[in-house]
Design a protein around this ligand. Structure first.
Ligand SMILES: [Zn+2]
Length: 286
C-alpha cells in the first residue's frame, strides 16, 4: 500500500503535468470506487473543470478544481495513477477506473486491479471535515518533538499502532513504522506512554529521516506500487527490517524476528537492538 513517500512521489511527478489543465469528457468505468457521491454528480462535478493544483494529504491525492471542490483519490493496495499519451490502448484501459482526458492528447488514468481505492468529490466544508479527521503531517516543519511526545504520551497502545494511527499521524504505514522503530531502537510492542523522552526524540527523528530518505529514493516497491511515471521506487533496497524476516540484523547480526501480534500486520524487528528499552544490568559476578 502506498504510504506517504509513495504518494508524495506520485504527486511530485504528476502535479506539474496536471496543473492548469482542463478535464474533458471523463469516463468512469467503475462506480464502486465513489464515496459519498453519485456517478452522475461526480462526472458533472469534474467535467470541463480546470485542475488548479495537485497536492498530498496523508496517503491521499488531492486535486483542487477551479470550482473550489476537491477530487480526492486514495490508491490503497493496487491503485495507480498515470498520465498516458495518445489514444489509450486496450491494455492501458484494462483495470481503468477513471480516465480523464486533459487535452494535448494526454489522459489521466486511475487504474485499480482489485478496486480497493476510493474517490471522493468534496466541497470546502466537506473537505474541512475530511482533513480535520486526519492527524499531523510528520514532515510538516511545524510538527516538532513536543507535538510528537504529546501524541505518544496520550496513548497506552503499542507504539507501532500509535504511529500508524492516521487520526494521530498522517501517512505512516507498516513499512515506515517498522523501519523507524528499528532505527530508533524501540520495541514496536512497547506501550506508547511508557517510552522515555530520549527514545521519543530518537523516534521523532527516525520517522522524519526514514520518510525523507524514502521520498528521495522515490518510494518503496515491494509489489504493486509504481511512481507517477510508471517506474518502481528505489527504497526497497534500503530497508533494514521490513520484508527481511529471518535475515540478519544490519547492526548486530541477530536474526530478525516477525510477529503479527501487535496489529495483525507483519512486524519485523531485532530482539537485541529493539528488545530492551532500558537494559537491565546483570548483577551476578560483579
Ligand atoms: Zn540487531
Amino acid at each position: 500500500m502506498p504510504e506517504l513517500p509513495e504518494v508524495e512521489t506520485i504527486v511530485r511527478d504528476l502535479a506539474p503535468r496536471v496543473a492548469g489543465r482542463t478535464i474533458r469528457h471523463p469516463r468512469l468505468h467503475k462506480s464502486d470506487v465513489l464515496r459519498g457521491v453519485t456517478r452522475r454528480t461526480f462526472l458533472r462535478g469534474i467535467t470541463d473543470r480546470r485542475i488548479e493544483c495537485l497536492t498530498r494529504r496523508a496517503k491521499h491525492l488531492v486535486f483542487l478544481l477551479d470550482s473550489g471542490r476537491r477530487m480526492v483519490i486514495q490508491l490503497r493496495m493496487t491503485g495507480s495513477l498515470l498520465i498516458e499519451a495518445g489514444r489509450l490502448t486496450a491494455e492501458q484501459e484494462r483495470y481503468a477506473v477513471l480516465t480523464a482526458p486533459l487535452g494535448r492528447r494526454e489522459t489521466l488514468v486511475f487504474r485499480d486491479v482489485r478496486r480497493l481505492g476510493t474517490i471522493h468529490l468534496l466541497d470546502e466544508p466537506a473537505w474541512r471535515t475530511y482533513t480535520d479527521r486526519i492527524g499531523a503531517e510528520p514532515l510538516d516543519p511545524g510538527f516538532g518533538l513536543a507535538q510528537f511526545s504529546e501524541l505518544l504520551r496520550g496513548s497506552s497502545q503499542a507504539v507501532k499502532k500509535v504511529i500508524m494511527d492516521q487520526r494521530k499521524l498522517a501517512g505512516v504505514g507498516n513499512i515506515y513504522a517498522n523501519e523507524a522503530l528499528f532505527r530508533a531502537g524501540i520495541d514496536p510492542s512497547r506501550q506508547a506512554d511508557r517510552i522515555a523522552p530520549p527514545a521519543i526524540a530518537r523516534l521523532h527523528a527516525a520517522v522524519h529521516a526514514v520518510l525523507s530518505e524514502a521520498i528521495d529514493a522515490r518510494g518503496t516497491t515491494v509489489r504493486d506500487y509504481r511512481t507517477g511515471t510508471g517506474q518502481r521506487g528505489g527504497f526497497q533496497f534500503s530497508l533494514d527490517v521490513y520484508d527481511r524476516a529471518g535475515e540478519p540484523c544490519v547492526r548486530c547480526g541477530t536474526l530478525l524476528a516477525t510477529t503479527h501480534a501487535i496489529d495483525g500486520r507483519q512486524t519485523t524487528f531485532c530482539w537485541h537492538c529493539q528488545g530492551a528499552e532500558e537494559p537491565r544490568r546483570p548483577r551476578r559476578g560483579r
